[in-house]
Design a binder for this molecule. Structure first.
Ligand SMILES: [Zn+2]
Length: 245
């Protein structure tokens, strides 16, 4: 498991190993190499071969609400307050912004439905995966065993120091999973990747259908931006997923 580094015309991006199993679906995670902040959607449009006006994103608020775009919908790309997006529409991309928070990609190959979530500690604790999967089931008739999930690059437990207040929230909610909190050198660290995997497994996603990038933003600031690693940078990477015609 890991990430695959790709480069097209000096634009560097990542895919999550194993999740790139179907030509019908394409997913990417951008980097700081070749991606100027005012050209994010321009690059994305070129890499995915999707018109820029077909790239859906939302205003992220660390919540668990999800924007649903159905095939027949003609929703304008607007900035609603949502931290997840789901669609079965072809020739559009759905997209989230990241600078340490976890991108989580979903794909149902059978029903041809894609989704994407932005999960920081709040979205992870409040289980945005649940909102995504419930909506995939209810609105698109997806079967849980057909859904594959990728956990993308974000801050790892190597670097994600938390305070006692956040530690207690996770210990209360996950009393049976002590290894999500790591104590090291009198500091407390949280493993967001592990908590999201636990959430996915508890929702019924098959272990073999979960792929992890295991690539830390804060450890790799030559390639990626890190909010923690760079004193609150305003720069962002984007995660995106699309279905071909
Ligand atoms: Zn790290």
């Amino acid at each position: 498991m890991g990430v695959i580094e790709k480069n097209k015309k000096d634009i560097l991006y990542y895919e999550i190993e194993g999740f790139n199993f179907d030509k019908k679906m394409k997913h990417i995670f951008s980097t700081r190499v070749g991606w100027e902040q005012d050209k994010l959607f321009n690059n994305l449009s070129e890499l995915l071969n999707i018109p820029e006006e077909n790239i859906y994103r939302a205003k992220q608020v660390h919540g668990t609400d999800v924007l649903i775009i159905r095939d027949q919908d003609n929703i304008k790309v607007s900035l609603q307050e949502k931290d997840g997006l789901i669609t079965n529409k072809k020739n559009v991309a759905i997209c989230t912004y990241h600078a340490d928070c976890v991108p989580i990609y979903f794909y149902d190959k059978t029903k041809e439905v894609i989704a994407l979530a932005h999960a920081g500690w709040k979205g992870t604790l409040n289980n945005i995966n649940k909102t995504i999967i419930e909506n995939m089931n209810e609105k698109f008739n997806c079967n849980i065993e057909d859904i594959s999930v990728a956990i993308g690059p974000s801050i790892g437990s190597c670097c994600y120091e938390i305070g006692h207040d956040v530690e207690m929230l996770f210990k209360d909610k996950y009393p049976n999973y002590l290894d999500i909190i790591i104590n090291r050198d009198n500091k407390i660290y949280l493993d967001l990747w592990k908590v999201n995997r636990i959430n996915l497994i508890n929702l019924g996603i098959k272990d073999r259908n979960i792929f992890e990038g295991k690539f830390c933003t804060s450890c790799n600031i030559d390639k990626l931006y890190s909010y923690r690693g760079e004193n609150g940078t305003k720069n962002r990477m984007i995660a995106a997923i699309t279905l071909n015609q």
